[in-house]
Design a protein. Structure first.
Length: 179
């Protein structure tokens, strides 16, 4: 009886510990989906979306914000052009640096936000973020990689089960007559 009760309590504890990393590592729904696609070619930055609808002849506006700019009005704004299938905007003569591209539809809703690093190298670096900047990207390269939620959940579950197993082992060793 005592062992079965301990197993039920231990199972509930393991289930709670396994669910905790899911709640902690899951990003908000708005950060998971971005309705825009940003690309760079040399000193040209372009954005494509299919999230906007035409209102009074306008699809909306896209803004290119440098790292020091925080509001949509401060950036280099370009009107979106296109069809009902896709809308696009482009900026040419962009100097190397970190920028945030934001698209606001004619309805006033934000289609998406992405950060882009324009460099003099031939291959561009594009990163999708919900915030305008990612901060310092130092280290040997491992600090820049974004691990997916599955990797974080598995790591959290392994760490949690290790802590629970160690606590159970130490508790059972402290009282030799109990399991």
């Amino acid at each position: 009886m005592r062992i079965s009760r301990l197993l039920v309590q231990g199972g509930l504890t393991v289930a709670a510990a396994a669910a905790l990393p899911l709640a902690v590592t899951a990003p908000p729904a708005a950060a998971r989906v971005s309705g825009i696609s940003v690309s760079t070619t040399g000193s040209t930055v372009s954005v494509v979306t299919s999230s906007c609808a035409q209102i009074n002849g306008s699809w909306g506006t896209a803004a290119l914000l440098s790292s020091g700019q925080s509001s949509f009005a401060q950036g280099r704004q370009v009107a979106l052009s296109g069809t009902t299938v896709s809308q696009s905007a482009a900026w040419s003569g962009v100097v190397p640096g970190t920028y945030t591209v934001t698209v606001v539809c004619a309805s006033g809703s934000t289609a998406g936000t992405q950060s882009v690093i324009v460099s003099t190298a031939s291959t561009p670096t594009i990163s999708s973020t919900a915030a305008p900047s990612r901060g310092v990207m130092g280290g040997m390269g491992g600090t820049v990689r974004d691990f997916g939620p599955v990797t974080l959940v598995l790591g959290g579950a392994l760490a949690g089960s290790g802590v629970i197993g160690a606590a159970w082992f130490l508790r059972s060793r402290s009282k030799p007559y109990r399991y």
